[in-house]
Design a protein around this ligand. Structure first.
Ligand code: ZN
Length: 326
């Protein structure tokens, strides 16, 4: 046979044909835009390693949320910076802290926006770890989850739609579920950072959230980057404990994990396209080395193709603008 019968190129001849047979249709519907809330009024301070990303006071958060909603991005994820840090991260559950006040302000503005809150202690503790420490400086699991549950409850009280624990303590999803239910918040969903890896890709975020550990690292609670099967165990445990949505973080170096989780579990899967994944694109684009729009949309398509229907990304606003025009 000189000429092939099968010619896959037949379906690539025009954009109409390519669009017709496209397997992954990237849209704004599954995007989440992460934001950093800080105390004060009129504060808007750009994070130097993350162009276009700001630490903002609640009044400014609302203004950007208006823009986010206007672009058709359905959700934001709020991180909080405290006024004061202490050993137990007590401001994490303070009803007057920046995140809680931001949620209330967004609610008051009646924006068509899902508000997801990050639940962790590392931004709030003086030592920068995601839980409380024992005398030897080790992160204690069980005392930490009680504090995380308190923080989640304060977010729910302020008006959050979804709480998202990111600490990687064992049993925290169950503790949060129990606490929310006991206080009448049985309809508030939990999106758990189920497979969160101990990653170098969080570097720029730690500047944004001012959450770098003051000693040691997070290897004793976040996952080893070499492990994929363990991620399935983590996800299974979180689902047993009552997680509604599960997340893999970071995204790009863990596309295989996203795919395995997607294939094994029939629940919504989220992936966090983290700070360094964003900053690398921005830096290369600023140098004129890459086509930012093309590369960003390709990255987001890749994450969705791997199996994530929800993508948390600092590119969300840019992507929404580009998707409107392509
Ligand atoms: Zn943390």
């Amino acid at each position: 046979m000189t000429f092939p019968i099968h010619r896959p190129r037949r379906l690539r001849r025009s954009e109409a044909l390519r669009g017709f047979v496209r397997e992954t249709r990237l849209s704004t519907e599954g995007l989440v835009y992460p934001m950093f809330a800080c105390p004060g009024k009129g504060v808007r301070k750009e994070v130097s390693s993350m162009p276009g990303v700001y630490q903002q006071s609640p009044d400014q958060i609302v203004e950007e949320c208006r823009e986010v909603a206007g672009l058709g991005v359905p959700a934001v994820l709020l991180f909080g910076l405290p006024e004061h840090k202490d050993e137990t991260g007590s401001e994490a559950s303070d009803p007057n802290a920046a995140v809680q006040r931001s949620i209330e302000a967004i609610r008051k503005a009646k924006l068509d926006l899902l508000v997801i809150t990050d639940v962790c202690l590392c931004e709030y503790t003086s030592h920068g770890h995601c839980g409380v420490l024992d005398a030897a400086g080790a992160v204690q699991n069980d005392p930490s989850i009680a504090l995380l549950a308190d923080a989640a409850l304060s977010h729910a009280r302020a008006g959050a739609d979804i709480v998202a624990p990111s600490d990687m303590m064992d049993g925290r999803v169950a503790a949060i579920r129990e606490k929310l239910d006991a206080n009448g918040f049985q309809d508030i969903a939990i999106m758990s950072y189920a497979a969160k890896y101990c990653s170098g890709f969080y570097g720029p975020f730690r500047e944004a959230a001012e959450s770098a550990p003051q000693f040691g690292d997070r290897r004793s609670y976040q996952m080893d980057p070499a492990n994929a099967r363990e991620a399935l165990r983590e996800v299974a445990l979180d689902l047993e404990e009552g997680a509604d949505i599960i997340m893999v973080k970071p995204a790009l170096p863990y596309l295989d994990v996203i795919q395995r989780v997607r294939e094994r579990f029939d629940v919504p899967v989220a992936a966090y396209n983290v700070s360094a994944e964003f900053s690398m694109v921005k830096a290369a684009a600023q140098k004129g080395w890459i086509d930012e729009q093309r590369i960003t949309l390709e990255i987001l398509t890749g994450i969705q193709r791997a199996g994530a229907s929800i993508i948390l990304t600092y590119h969300a606003k840019d992507a929404a603008r580009w998707l409107k025009h392509c």
